[in-house]
Design a protein around this ligand. Structure first.
Ligand code: ZN
Length: 204
């Protein structure tokens, strides 16, 4: 007697769902069964949304934020920003909590990660060349390092601060004030904490 399992189509769906962050085998099964109960319009809309965001979104060549192939980069298109102040973050998603504080009106630069020797991520894997290219244009007078307060964030901030001292000595470089959760990235900080950290940034 064969051991009965889900049909192949459903097994494939479960296998794919299990690859999503934070989704374990049980959740993957639950989501798959839930999806089976939805209308075909919903399934098609979901599949299209996944496909189109995968194909239509890339990192902006200038700032590293999400760029839509159809509508461009919202940050770089925003002429109302103070281009003299540049805030360096690890991930494009770090821009969103900072924007919600309403405390920052300057430009951003997303590194696309942080220096993590244990994961074999070095400075050359980050968008540091693109940062140097922007700074070489001479418009930026203040650089805010808004990277995480964990070991990798510290390493990244120290590397960048040293690079700036050597290459752009006239640049004012500051680091977000402490108050950010120790060992945490920006995505876990609440708006008030981020606002205070930005307001109380210290020169490095
Ligand atoms: Zn951009």
């Amino acid at each position: 007697m064969a051991r009965i399992d889900f049909p192949e189509e459903v097994k494939r769906l479960i296998q794919n769902l299990k690859r999503l962050p934070g989704v374990g085998p049980k959740s993957a099964e639950r989501i798959a069964v839930w999806l089976l109960g939805q209308s075909s319009e919903f399934s098609e809309e979901l599949a299209t949304a996944i496909k189109e965001s995968g194909e239509g979104i890339r990192a902006c060549g200038i700032c590293g934020f999400f760029e839509s192939k159809a509508t461009g980069c919202a940050l770089c298109a925003d002429g109302g920003r103070d281009s003299a102040v540049l805030c360096v973050v690890e991930q494009p998603t770090d821009v969103l909590p900072l924007e919600r504080t309403g405390a920052f009106k300057g430009a951003y630069h997303c590194l696309g990660g942080r220096i993590a020797p244990l994961e074999n991520i070095g400075p050359e894997d980050l968008r540091i060349d693109a940062l140097v290219a922007r700074l070489s244009e001479g418009e930026v007078s203040e650089l805010i390092l808004a990277v995480g307060s964990d070991v990798e964030g510290e390493a990244t901030a120290n590397y960048l601060a040293e690079l700036m001292r050597r290459s752009f000595p006239e640049l004012e470089v500051s680091r977000l004030a402490q108050g950010l959760p120790a060992g945490g990235g920006l995505e876990n900080a609440d708006e008030l904490t981020l606002y205070r950290a930005l307001d109380g940034r210290r020169r490095v």
